[in-house]
Design a protein around this ligand. Structure first.
Ligand SMILES: [Zn+2]
Length: 144
């Protein structure tokens, strides 16, 4: 109830009355939200090999590669930053990078869906998506 009291001090009284009226709906919504997060957490802990690695720079999807391929790709990060992405044997990693901290290189190899390597200085993110058991028909949207 402490949260509700804090909330009521910030929002118009009418809205609070409306919220009380729909209290059951809010409880249902809260329950759905919890299920939603439970699914996300479940996915985080049930590691499964991914199908693709996505490359994002400054939040924008640049490209994606199937993990079944062996590639070496130079990612152009912001401020002329460079990250060398390697995909081999179902794994992806940053082999080398121009960033001063080198954290992205130290984060090592990723292979499971949802795993990612982030290079903050270059604003580069590589993330494993999809499922290794998916066939090549998985839709990967590149660009806008
Ligand atoms: Zn880095």
């Amino acid at each position: 109830m402490r949260d509700a009291a804090q909330l009521s001090s910030r929002i118009p009284v009418n809205l609070f009355r409306t919220m009380k009226k729909y209290k059951n709906d809010l409880i249902l919504f809260g329950a759905l939200l919890m299920v939603f997060f439970a699914v996300i957490i479940w996915n985080l802990f049930t590691a499964k090999p991914g199908g693709f690695v996505e490359v994002k720079v400054d939040g924008e999807l640049i490209t994606a590669f199937p993990l079944s391929n062996n590639i070496e790709y130079e990612i152009n990060g912001i401020n002329n930053g460079k990250n060398i992405l390697i995909v081999r044997d179902g794994e992806a990693w940053i082999e080398s990078a121009s960033c001063p901290d080198g954290l992205c290189v130290n984060m090592g190899h990723i292979r499971n869906t949802g795993a990612s390597v982030i290079c903050l200085p270059n604003k580069v993110v590589i993330e494993i998506v999809g499922d290794a058991t998916d066939d090549a028909s998985v839709d990967i949207e590149v660009g806008q």
